[in-house]
Ligand binder design. Sequence first.
Ligand code: ADP
Ligand code: MG
Ligand code: MG
Length: 252
Amino acid sequence: MLTIRNLHANIDGKEILKGINLDIKPGEVHAIMGPNGSGKSTLSSVLAGRADFEVTEGTVEFQGKDLLELSPEERAGEGIFLAFQYPVEIPGLTTTNFIKTAVNEVRKYRGEEPYDAVQFLKLMKEKMKMVHIDQSLLSRSLNEGFSGGEKKRNEIFQMAMLEPKLAILDETDSGLDIDAIRIVANGVNQLRNKDNSVLLVTHYQRLLDYIVPDYVHVLYNGRIVKSGTKELAFELEERGYDFIKNEVNEGQ
Ligand code: ADP
Ligand code: MG
Ligand code: MG
């Protein structure tokens, strides 16, 4: 699904990612954890194709294609969903119309006919039930005046509608309260199947009580310094990130 080799990336000439290696196979959920400032959001941004990050070395392959050559729109067309790709507030554009455009852009990219109103409504109804989102939220302007929980629900709804092959969720929000955690977890758990993969970027062990990952990786100072299974998340919860820092520093 996704193969990252020796990925290095800069922002403003400063190296943030210093050689990331990661393999994600179909059906797997990988969690990336790590202390603040270790480069977690930078990794998500680079995979999203955000222009302010410069890849200086390494490769990223997604389903056999060179991901780094693709625009953010092409990445979406290939089946990558990035939760923080659409955080913008757009007055006058309803959430429904926004999602309809996004879904049909992806279909167009794949050479499929756009959904007509009836087909789209059917899909909406099915997914609304799945993520427990209310019609009234979807009729409002995109993200305008949405609470934190509503933004999260909307984001997960977009993910459900787009049925991505690989969902990348960067849970940067320090205000990720228990409701938001449940919304995200429910959405991810619904998406999980043998063909889809999830890269869950989080600072919080607590999220992993609700989404049980197949693998956990610790990112520290721009490198994955430790990988394991869900037991690693428990260890981090118990011991904090300091033991990782000590292990890395002793090894140098
Ligand atoms: P994390 O998500 O793990 O907390 P980030 O990827 O956000 O870490 O940040 C990694 C490093 O990159 C930090 O030292 C941060 O200060 C720096 N950084 C992130 N974004 C920018 C930016 N836009 N300009 C300059 N430095 C940045
Ligand atoms: Mg941070
Ligand atoms: Mg971050």
